[in-house]
Ligand binder design. Structure first.
Ligand code: FE
Length: 350
């Protein structure tokens, strides 16, 4: 009897200690799927591990690769946090059910609601951790500054044959278009998209940097680009890149009206996160001033956390972050994506 009791006690102690061991082992890990690949991100990850003891296992792929992997893994996915670039991509992954909502007072306090997914009773899925502006690049020898101060003006017949663009359905453009159409209304919004197509100097091709180069080379006179591509050329070691930016002017559009469209790189907790508590801890860490500075500077972006600023000479050269920003929440991108894609098909914006 006594022996039994002792044995039972020992057994339960063993069970307890095993449970404790596995709880500790589990709390030590975070599986991160990242579509961002900057050296400065390492500094963030190392500091997170140093201060929390949580080791980060990283899977790096592009956004499409991450989505494909999450889909294939399903409920067995080890992913805890997913980092992606642009609200349109985050919104699509969210619509597929690849994320889960979380509640975090720290994130609510640090990150403006306009730079996050829509709030639901269960919480919020994706959150923006760095911010970029979608700006206009133009050739001052061919276009007057006052004719390219707004997104709306880019559809003006005055600019016929002068506009360069990457694919209309690239996430960067989808997000911008979703916001502009939200403001203009469907009818005017589609007419605006048609106006952009009418003004194209060539079929959409290449990325944002290619559009800036095309303005500098004279292939077109106006283009739209994310701000960090312009900053990257300004900071480039190659004189030819810096020469490009000497021929091009950058405008933060809609300063007298609705403000410049800003987008994000951001993250979300994966739907089946095995280490959910660590995932939330990591998301909250990304919103701290320390992480914000490295996260933003790594790609010449702005921090999203309120009250955090970065010192980046290229961004200062572009006018800094004191510009007026669009106030329509990025969550409308999620609501408008399908509609915008249909409009693009109708106006044949490839
Ligand atoms: Fe980019």
């Amino acid at each position: 009897m006594k022996l039994h009791k002792t044995f039972a006690l020992a057994l339960s102690a063993l069970t307890l200690s095993l449970a404790a061991t596995s709880a500790v082992a589990q709390s030590q890990v975070l599986n991160l799927y990242s579509a961002r690949h900057y050296a400065s991100d390492e500094i963030i990850f190392n500091e997170f591990t140093r201060t929390t003891g949580i080791r980060i296992n990283r899977v790096e792929a592009d956004d499409a690769g991450i989505v494909a992997r999450l889909r294939a893994e399903g409920a067995a996915s080890p992913a805890d946090v997913v980092l992606m670039v642009d609200a349109a991509r985050l919104a699509r992954a969210d619509a597929e059910g690849l994320f889960q909502p979380i509640k975090s007072a720290a994130l609510d306090a640090a990150i403006p609601a306009t730079l996050r997914a829509a709030a639901t009773p269960d919480g919020i899925t994706w959150t923006g951790f760095s911010k970029r502006a979608r700006v206009i690049a133009y050739d001052p020898t061919r276009v007057r500054s006052e004719d390219v101060q707004t997104y709306e003006q880019l559809a003006d017949p005055k600019l016929r044959g002068m506009l360069c663009s990457r694919s209309g359905s690239h996430p960067y453009n989808l997000s911008l278009f979703a916001t502009v159409v939200e403001r203009l209304g469907d009818q005017q919004g589609e007419a605006w998209l048609q106006g952009l197509v009418n003004n194209l100097a060539r079929q959409p091709v290449g990325g944002d940097t290619d559009q800036i180069r095309a303005v500098a080379s004279g292939e077109c006179a106006v283009a739209i680009t994310n701000s960090y591509y312009a900053a990257r050329l300004i900071r480039s070691d190659r004189p030819a890149d810096r020469a490009v930016m000497e021929r091009v002017r950058i405008v933060h559009p809609n300063q007298a009206t609705s403000g410049t469209h800003v987008n994000i790189a951001g993250g979300a907790v994966a739907r089946h996160a095995p280490n959910r508590a660590n995932a939330i801890k990591f998301m909250e860490f990304l919103a701290t001033p320390f992480a914000q500075e490295y996260f933003a500077n790594g790609n010449n972006e702005y921090p999203t956390a309120q009250g955090v600023t970065v010192n980046n000479p290229a961004l200062t050269a572009l006018g800094g972050d004191n510009f007026k920003q669009e106030t329509i929440p990025l969550a409308v991108v999620a609501q408008n994506l399908t509609k915008i894609q249909q409009m693009l098909d109708r106006v044949r914006f490839r």
